[in-house]
Design a protein around this ligand. Structure first.
Ligand code: FAD
Length: 391
């Protein structure tokens, strides 16, 4: 029988939300245990595009209302953390691009006029031309307009590796999670028969939160899953591109990010409208054909003859929402010792941690200095989708 453990905060789910929170808590002197049932970052986090949004994209359909939205401050907070001077020391995490771009492929001036009139965007967007263009767009045939957004793109595998370092001895590989009750009150969790008592329990298990709540006999907060069908392209002729390509509608027609494969080639990872509803309904071969055609139309000078293609189905997990617009804040619900939430975006992991810390502070929870942890079985790192699908 594994030994019983006491800790200040017990976190379930080692995606970016749990790992970031864990590192912030440890930095403030709290003891923590972070339980992961599969691999570190292997849920949505390492499958994300790594864009640290500042909200500019959402100004396209007027959903961003301005200063009240936490997302506007995220690029600054991440930049400071990456420089080692922020709330966490993320030096060593690879920055893939210092900016994300918005590119209109031709005749979408009308759409852009309202975009630039939006308060959320003013002062945060510059038009770029010539050799300032992203390398993949530097071609005489390129006709569109390109704007630089004050957002960044990070290499998520290196982020997860750094956050795992900051987790010290507190990571625990654990499969079976049950409530630990004292007089009917939740006081911790039983993880693979090991009792873990904690002042607070945080569920940050992404799509796994619903089942965990079920195991605790709770039905709230309700969760929704938004399926995506992403496309990956790998080829020797690809150059870096980090951009939303505008279509006529409120959502980017396609969002391209570029990721380094172990063999030195670049992988383009395609999301945006192409990966949503109609894309989800397509079979993989059809989805690849659609993406191939889209890239052929938008970037005809890119030689894709030797490219290899794959698709990836993945769900985004979020709190259930009634309206069509998504909040640009992390979500946290509280019930006695239990806190449950979703950052809703990788970029909003700092906001998720803020909300948990604010709750601890409000309830007067202090570091309790429990005994040192025994050696715990550690969950493995995850592999990226491109290494798995396009080795
Ligand atoms: P996850 O990363 O899903 O982590 C949850 C963890 O909990 C997993 O490791 C899982 O194994 C573990 N778990 C589940 N059940 C249990 C259990 N019972 N016990 C123990 N552990 C459990 N956001 C951005 O800001 N920018 C982007 O560019 C971006 N692009 C995206 C692209 C795609 C294709 C997708 C799907 C999402 C994207 N997002 C983006 C959103 C972002 O990825 C997520 O909001 C964020 O990663 C969620 O982090 P998380 O830690 O809550 O969840």
């Amino acid at each position: 029988m594994p030994s019983a453990i006491s800790t200040d905060v017990l976190i379930v789910g080692a995606g970016v939300a749990g790992l970031w929170l864990n590192a912030r808590l440890r930095r403030q002197g709290f003891s923590t245990v972070l339980v992961e049932s599969a691999s570190l970052g292997g849920g949505q986090s390492v499958k994300s595009q790594g864009i640290i949004h500042g909200g500019a994209k959402y100004a396209l359909h007027g959903a961003l209302t301005g200063a009240s939205e936490a997302i506007a401050d995220m690029p600054r907070r991440w930049r400071e953390a990456l420089a080692g001077s922020g709330e966490l020391d993320l030096t060593g995490v690879r920055l893939l691009s210092d900016a994300h771009y918005l590119w209109s492929p031709g005749t979408l001036a009308g759409n852009l006029t309202s975009f630039f009139a939006s308060k959320a965007v003013r002062g945060r967007v510059d038009q770029v031309k010539g050799d300032q263009l992203p390398p993949a767009l530097q071609h005489p045939k390129f006709k569109g307009k390109v704007y630089r957004l004050a957002e960044l793109v990070i290499d998520v595998p290196s982020l997860i590796a750094r956050l795992a370092e900051l987790a010290g001895d507190g990571l625990l590989a654990g499969q079976k999670i049950e409530p630990l009750l004292d007089n009917g009150q939740l006081v911790g969790l039983r993880v693979d028969e090991r009792e873990i008592r904690a002042q607070r329990i945080v569920l940050s298990a992404g799509a796994g939160n619903a089942d965990l709540l079920d195991a605790l006999g709770l039905s709230q907060p309700a969760m929704q899953k938004r399926p995506l069908h992403m496309v990956l392209v790998k080829g020797p002729s690809l150059k870096p591109l980090y951009a939303h390509c505008l279509g006529g509608g409120p959502k980017p027609r396609i969002t391209v990010t570029t990721h380094p494969a172990a063999d030195g080639q670049w992988v383009w990872y395609l999301g945006g409208d192409i990966s949503e509803a109609e894309g989800v309904a397509r079979e993989p071969a059809e989805q690849i054909a659609t993406a191939r055609k889209e890239l052929g139309n938008l970037l005809p000078w890119i030689d894709l003859s030797q490219a290899r293609w794959a698709t990836l189905r993945v769900d985004r997990a979020e709190p259930l929402q009634s309206g069509l617009t998504r909040p640009d804040n992390a979500f946290l619900a509280e019930q006695d010792r239990l806190l449950v939430g979703w950052p809703t975006k990788l970029a909003l992991a700092p906001d998720f941690a803020d909300r948990v810390l604010a709750s601890l502070q409000r309830d007067g929870i202090q570091p309790g200095h429990p005994p040192a942890l025994p050696e715990l079985p550690r969950p493995p790192m995850t592999q990226t989708a491109w290494e798995q699908l396009l080795p």
